[in-house]
Ligand binder design. Structure first.
Ligand SMILES: [Zn+2]
Length: 290
C-alpha cells in the first residue's frame, strides 16, 4: 500500500463515526431503574439532573413512585452532538395500608422529637448525595433477610387513622436478632441511630444506587467499610417507629426512592404475605399448608 492510500485509510477510520444507539437494560416503570449504555463519557441531562457515563458508557437512571408517563433524556456525546430521547414510563397502582396502635409521639411528634427527626433527615440527605463511582451493583442482588413480606413499596399509609407519606420500601418481618446481609456489594455511607428509622445503615451500591436498612437491632459495620454481597451487616430489630421486629429495606437512586423489588427479575408483583425462605421468594399460594 502506498503512503497516500495508507493516509486515506487512517483518515477514514478516524472520521467514521461509531453509531451509539441508546441501549437500555431494565424496565421503564415507576419505582424502577435501568442501566444505560451510551458512548463512553457522554453527558446526560435527565429531568434536570446532570450525569456522566463512565469510560465503558455505563450510567444508571431511575424513576420515582409518581414519575410522569413520559420523561426526557438528553445525551450529549463527547464531541458535543446532542440527542433527545423520550422515555415512556409504565404507571403503577398502589395499595392502601392501615397501621394502628403506633405510639402517638411517632404519629404526631412533639417539638423535641421533630428537631431530632430534622437532624436525622439532614444526615441522611448528605449521605444520599454521595456518588460512589464503583459499579458494585453489577454483582446483582439477593434478599437481605429471611422472613415475611409485611410491607411493599408505594402503598399509601394511614397511621392511627391519619394519611401519611407512602411507604417507600419493602418490609420483611422476622424475630429480633434475625441476621441481615448486604444484598449486593457496596460501601457503607451511614450508620446512625435515628428517631423514626431506628438504627439505620446505608450501603451504596455505586452510581447513585443505595440500600437503606432500618429498625435494626445490632449494627456490625461502620461508615467507609466495603461490604461483600451476602456479608452479615446487622440484626433485625424494632428500633424507631416500628410496631414489631422487622427490616425496612429501602432503595434509592440519589434522592429518588425506588422499589427494592426492582433489583429482582420477579415474574409476579411483590405482595404482603409472601415469604423470603432460603433466599427465594415464596408467594402465599405456593406456601406449604400448615
Ligand atoms: Zn417499612
Amino acid at each position: 500500500m502506498n503512503k497516500l492510500k495508507r493516509w486515506i485509510l487512517v483518515l477514514l477510520m478516524v472520521c467514521t463515526p461509531t453509531v451509539y444507539a441508546l441501549e437500555i437494560k431494565g424496565h421503564l416503570v415507576q419505582g424502577g431503574w435501568v442501566q444505560l449504555k451510551l458512548e463512553p463519557l457522554s453527558k446526560v441531562d435527565f429531568g434536570g439532573r446532570q450525569l456522566q457515563a463512565d469510560t465503558e458508557g455505563l450510567l444508571l437512571i431511575a424513576f420515582a413512585r409518581n414519575e410522569a408517563s413520559t420523561k426526557t433524556l438528553t445525551v450529549i456525546n463527547p464531541s458535543g452532538k446532542t440527542q433527545t430521547h423520550r422515555l415512556n414510563i409504565a404507571q403503577r397502582e398502589y395499595v392502601v395500608q392501615h397501621i394502628d396502635g403506633l405510639p402517638p409521639k411517632h404519629v404526631t411528634p412533639d417539638e423535641a422529637t421533630l428537631a431530632k427527626i430534622r437532624e436525622d433527615n439532614r444526615k441522611a440527605a448528605e449521605a444520599r448525595k454521595i456518588n460512589v463511582r464503583t459499579p458494585f451493583f453489577l454483582q446483582g442482588f439477593e434478599w437481605p433477610a429471611e422472613g415475611w413480606i409485611t410491607g411493599i413499596y408505594g402503598s399509601q399509609r394511614i397511621l392511627n387513622g391519619h394519611a401519611r407519606n407512602p411507604h417507600l420500601g419493602v418490609d420483611i418481618a422476622a424475630p429480633v436478632g434475625t441476621p441481615i446481609y448486604a444484598p449486593s456489594a457496596g460501601k457503607v455511607t451511614l450508620v446512625e441511630p435515628m428517631e423514626l428509622a431506628g438504627n439505620t445503615i446505608f450501603v451504596d451500591h455505586g452510581y447513585g444506587l443505595r440500600s437503606d436498612f432500618m429498625h435494626l437491632e445490632k449494627m456490625y459495620v461502620k461508615v467507609g467499610d466495603l461490604v461483600e454481597k451476602g456479608q452479615l451487616i446487622a440484626t433485625m430489630g424494632a428500633t424507631g417507629r416500628a410496631t414489631g421486629s422487622h427490616l425496612h429495606w429501602g432503595m434509592s437512586w440519589f434522592d429518588v426512592r425506588i422499589d427494592p423489588a426492582s433489583v429482582f427479575n420477579l415474574d409476579r408483583s411483590l405482595v404482603r404475605g409472601a415469604q423470603v425462605l432460603q433466599g427465594k421468594l415464596v408467594y402465599e399460594d405456593q406456601q406449604a399448608k400448615r
